[in-house]
Design a protein around this ligand. Sequence first.
Ligand SMILES: [Zn+2]
Length: 466
Amino acid sequence: MEISGKKVTLLSFHYVAVYFINDREGGNIMNTDELYDEIIAAGLAEVKRIAARIVQSSELAEQNFGELEFLLRRLMLDLAAKMLKPVLERLNGGYKGNTIRCRCGRTARFKGRREAWLDTIMGPLRLEKAYYYCSGCGRGFSPLEEMMRLEAGRTVALRRLISLAGVEDAFERGARLLEEMAGIKVSDNTVERVAEQAGQEVMAREEREDDSLLGEVWPKEPEAPSKAEESAQRMYVTVDGTTAPMRGYWREFKVGAIYPEAGEQKRYYASLDRGSDFMLEMRRQAIRKGLGGVKEVIALADGQPWIWKEFEINFPMAVQVLDFWHLMEHVWALARTLWGEDSRQAKRWAESVRGQLKDKGGGAVLKRIKRLKRRRKKKTEREEIDSLIKYLTDNLSRVDYPGYIERGYDIGSGPVEAACKTVIGRRLKGSGMRWTEVGAEKIARLRAIRLSGLWDNFWGFTVNAA
Ligand SMILES: [Zn+2]
């Protein structure tokens, strides 16, 4: 902090005092005795007010205890807010001297102090912000915003709760949940805006990883691999697609799940991005999940050609495995065409093919189906047979199921199908939901973080830690 003696005299005595104390204590909250007394004083005044309110409402104890409980929660939050005020005042509005460095690298000048609202999980609080202006880039700001990670006056704790409501449920239901569960009153639009802003931040951080794939991305503690992940010999990378309703049309989300063998926490990723961008991000996330240390990588997916092409580029070391259940869906479709829905022959045939796939592999099944074609003359039947022949031929190097089973691989992409449902389906396909692509993308990215167990990492702190 740099303040010349002359400039200091221009400031009120209050701020001069704070300045000197701040300086002595290295900028931290100081003089704890004084602070303690102030908090007590603020709290006592509020406690008296609350006591009067409780006396006033005491008949509720008999008539409607539930209402009294909620009233008390409100009052306790007010009390906490009042007691916090002296602490906030010590932040001195974010004042850092007469001039500070702007983000653009030039110098910003102190322009004075302004009253501002701080929105917290305890309710709104009035506070003073020190404002600076940079004539170089025309930006006006208060260092307090960065210090406290404020966005539109909302604290990070409040944004975390609002985003939670928006990422777990429809915005309007989320707003109602927040009000009842946390005593926080915000509009549906605010839930949408704040949650999407958090999603935007997820995207920005994922993008910043460009510079260094293993760099520290999350604010405080970079994710450390768990014991199980560290000792894992194998990693599965699986990709699938699922559609979600936009305004007037549907679009396919690409969904990925990454999980080391025996890894309890899967990493999910979902995006509307092009396949190449999607898979590049999958690779970055796999690297963060320990890709460099595993002996085997197994790429599991359905037959979509773009997926294999991108696997080849981003996971060239991976053993590619065609998802067994996608293949069986094709087999079932053919069985029903040849022998009729629900027929016993269809069932018997499909089951025999399933056994053969596991015992002899896809090559043997391909031969069997080619033989079958010779006996079938109907056009629809031949077309359905050709479609399966093509599917198997295109994926012939990915259907060695006996070999995969012998090595103990998972051959079904169950986890990524579950991910399609949990990351996208449950949140983006609710009744009446219509998304903009931009909004859907942000919520999907935020939801992937949430479901990947990275929520604390993203916000930079743990709730109820102390
Ligand atoms: Zn600037």
